[in-house]
Design a protein. Structure first.
Length: 351
C-alpha cells in the first residue's frame, strides 16, 4: 500500500507521525442460478472508497491509533442496522497506549480476539457467520510473553450508537435494530506459539443481548456465549488454519415471543483454510461445516466451500473466487438450508 507517510501533526503538546492512505474496490459477480444475472452476463457493483489513518506519538511516546472509514455500496454495511443510516461506516477506530514493549491497551472499535480471520473476509467467512471479522466497541488489553500471546477485552456493544447491530464484514448475524443487539461482552484469548510458524489457541466470549423490540428501557433479557479452539500456521509457502466453534444464544424474551423462536439457539461450526503462496499469486480454499443443535431445528449438517486465487499486481490485488453453499447462518445464529453459488472477481487498488 502506498501512503503519505511522515506527515507531522500537532496533538496538544505532543508531535506525532501519521500515515494517511486510501483505497478503492469493486466486485463483479456471476450467479449461475439467477436467470436475470446470467442474461446480463453478470454485473459489477460493490464499489467503495476506503480511507485509512494510522499513527503514533513521537519517538519514545506511548500513544498510537488506527482507523478505517468506508463509503459506498461496497462498504459491507447495512443502513437499516448501522449507526449512520447510510452506506458509510467506521470499520475500525481505536486509540492505544503501550504499557511496555509487550503489552498495550486499545479503546474504541477494534478486532475481537476470537479465533482467526480468513484470507479474504468475503466470501471466505462462509458459515463462520457472527464469528469471522468481528469488530466491536470497547477496551482490549493485549500482551505477549515468550511463546504466549493473550487478549482480554470488554466490549460495550458490537457497534457505535444505541441500536446499531452492524459489524460490517461480519454483519447480519447479531440481531437487528428492531430485535436485539450484542452488548456487555467479555472476551478472552490465549495462544501458544509452539514453533516459529505455528500456534494453537483458545478463545471464549460471553455477554448479554439487549432487547430492541420497542420496550422503552431496552432490558438485557438475553445472553450469548461461545468458544473456539483453533490452530493456524505456515510451512514454507503453505499456510493453513482450522477451528472448532461452539455457540449458544438465549434470545431476549420479547423477541422470542414475537418471532416465535426457540428459547435457545445452539450450533457447532468447523472451519478450515489451506493455501499456497507462489510469488505474486496465492491459491487457497475456505471450507466450513455447521451442525445445528437447536431444539426443533430439523436441518441437517450444512457446508460451504470457497476456492480462490489472489494476485498482487503492485498497487492492489485481484481476487477470483467461487462460492458454493447449501446452508446459511441467520441473524439469530440459527442454521438454515439454502443452495447458493456465485463466481466473484474483485479488484482493488490503494494510494
Amino acid at each position: 500500500m502506498l501512503a503519505l507517510s511522515g506527515l507531522v501533526v500537532w496533538c496538544g503538546s505532543t508531535w506525532a507521525e501519521s500515515n494517511f492512505s486510501g483505497g478503492v474496490w469493486a466486485n463483479y459477480q456471476y450467479l449461475p442460478n439467477d436467470k436475470a444475472n446470467t442474461n446480463s452476463h453478470g454485473e459489477f457493483g460493490g464499489e467503495a472508497l476506503i480511507l485509512y489513518a494510522d499513527g503514533k506519538a513521537e519517538d519514545g511516546g506511548r500513544w498510537f491509533y488506527s482507523a478505517e472509514a468506508r463509503f459506498g455500496p461496497g462498504s459491507f454495511t447495512d443502513p437499516d442496522n448501522n449507526s449512520s443510516g447510510d452506506q458509510f461506516a467506521l470499520h475500525e477506530a481505536w486509540m492505544g497506549w503501550k504499557l511496555n514493549e509487550q503489552h498495550a491497551v486499545r479503546v474504541g472499535k477494534s478486532q475481537v480476539p476470537f479465533g482467526w480471520k480468513t484470507y479474504n473476509f468475503w466470501p471466505g467467512d462462509l458459515l463462520l457467520g457472527g464469528f469471522g471479522d468481528q469488530m466491536d466497541v470497547g477496551v482490549k488489553l493485549s500482551g505477549t510473553q515468550t511463546s504466549w500471546h493473550y487478549d482480554l477485552a470488554y466490549y460495550l456493544a458490537d457497534d457505535w450508537g444505541s441500536t446499531s447491530t452492524d459489524t460490517l464484514d461480519d454483519n447480519g448475524h447479531w440481531g437487528s435494530s428492531t430485535s436485539y443487539r450484542k452488548v456487555q461482552t467479555l472476551v478472552g484469548n490465549l495462544a501458544w506459539q509452539f514453533n516459529s510458524g505455528n500456534r494453537l489457541g483458545l478463545s471464549v466470549q460471553t455477554g448479554q443481548l439487549q432487547d430492541l423490540t420497542g420496550t422503552p428501557d431496552r432490558p438485557t433479557t438475553g445472553s450469548h456465549e461461545a468458544y473456539v479452539m483453533y490452530l493456524e500456521g505456515e510451512y514454507d509457502a503453505l499456510f493453513y488454519k482450522a477451528s472448532l466453534i461452539r455457540q449458544q444464544r438465549s434470545l431476549p424474551e420479547a423477541y422470542q415471543i414475537i418471532a416465535g423462536m426457540p428459547e435457545k439457539v445452539e450450533n457447532t461450526r468447523i472451519a478450515a483454510e489451506v493455501g499456497y503462496q507462489w510469488g505474486a499469486w496465492a491459491f487457497y480454499l475456505d471450507a466450513t461445516l455447521a451442525q445445528p443443535d437447536t431444539a426443533g431445528n430439523s436441518v441437517g449438517d450444512v457446508t460451504a466451500f470457497a476456492p480462490g486465487a489472489r494476485y498482487n499486481y503492485g498497487p492492489g490485488w485481484i481476487y477470483i473466487e467461487y462460492l458454493s453453499q447449501n446452508g446459511f447462518v441467520d441473524r439469530d445464529g440459527h442454521i438454515g438450508e439454502g443452495d447458493f453459488d456465485a463466481l466473484y472477481l474483485s479488484l482493488d487498488f490503494y494510494f
